[in-house]
Design a protein around this ligand. Sequence first.
Ligand code: FES
Ligand SMILES: [Fe+2]
Length: 343
Amino acid sequence: MPIVRDQWYVAAYGAEVTREFLARTICNEPIVFYRTEDGAPVALADRCVHRRFPLSQSRLDGDRVVCGYHGFTYEPSGACVYVPGQQRIPRTARVASYPVVEQDSFIWVFIGDPQLAEQRPIPRAPWLNPDSGYVTVAGMEPIKGRYSLLVDNLLDLSHETYLHGGYIGTPEVAETPIETSVDEQTGLVRVSRRMQDAECPPFYAKSTGLTDRISRWQDIEYHAPCLYLLHSRIAPVGSVPNPDGTDPEGFHTEITYAITPETDNSVLDFWMVSRDFAREDADVTEFLAKFNHTVVMQDVDALNILEGVIETEPEGFQELSINIDAGGLAARKVLKRLAEAAA
Ligand code: FES
Ligand SMILES: [Fe+2]
């Protein structure tokens, strides 16, 4: 699965981008991020045009980047405004500057033809904003595995029963069939699994206090290529939301992932868990942060192993797909279409 260009990707959490440089490779492109004195995020190619010294190893002079090797100096636009030893600045002295948008706690960067950035909508995750009424724990793990492995992983949650048993998996997750649909206009992939009478896994028992059997809904929306949303609802068995949408008996968790290819064989796994219950409870916050990190690491370990398997296997291995793979297969199709459109 090739990396899809001409798309917005999450490059960082907003809090990671400061007046210090942040170097990150996104879709095989080395990029340096920083903020201007006014706080606006900037993304520039992390290679000086002179002798390719990484600008992230350089210093800021106001809003300008002064290369740490021979002093080529760049504006946030990427234009070079100073070279040493001569007045004339070569016309080609400029580094690429990437479109960036700060939204929903993320720094989004556009990879591809910058002319196309404006016409591509950036998907939203409003619960990540501080005034949303949700409390969020978050992290990021780099994975030495191609990003399609993480897409497969997140689109098929039946693995919770096995890989995350005793954490977020119970037998019902693997046993309950899914419903999958694709919005042909937007490419949005939806996968939902509604368990009416399920065991409450520790992840939810310890955070909600529900220990009896529960109704558990998992409604996935995958905005290819980067943003994955899992709307999770937990409630006592038999409870459903009111016709007007209010849901006083339900516990709502918005689980967000940003899936950002780093290179052809590695991916950045941004994860967030936002809840609308026990918001003031610091113990619940700490529990969810630690517990979810453990769960993420179970996936990271599995995908690192899978990448190793793929890289060393003889050609021609044929995967076998079954019903649970409908979401993952739909996602692959959408990604393939987006890649072809960009090529
Ligand atoms: S490499 Fe940057 S000024 Fe020489
Ligand atoms: Fe997982």
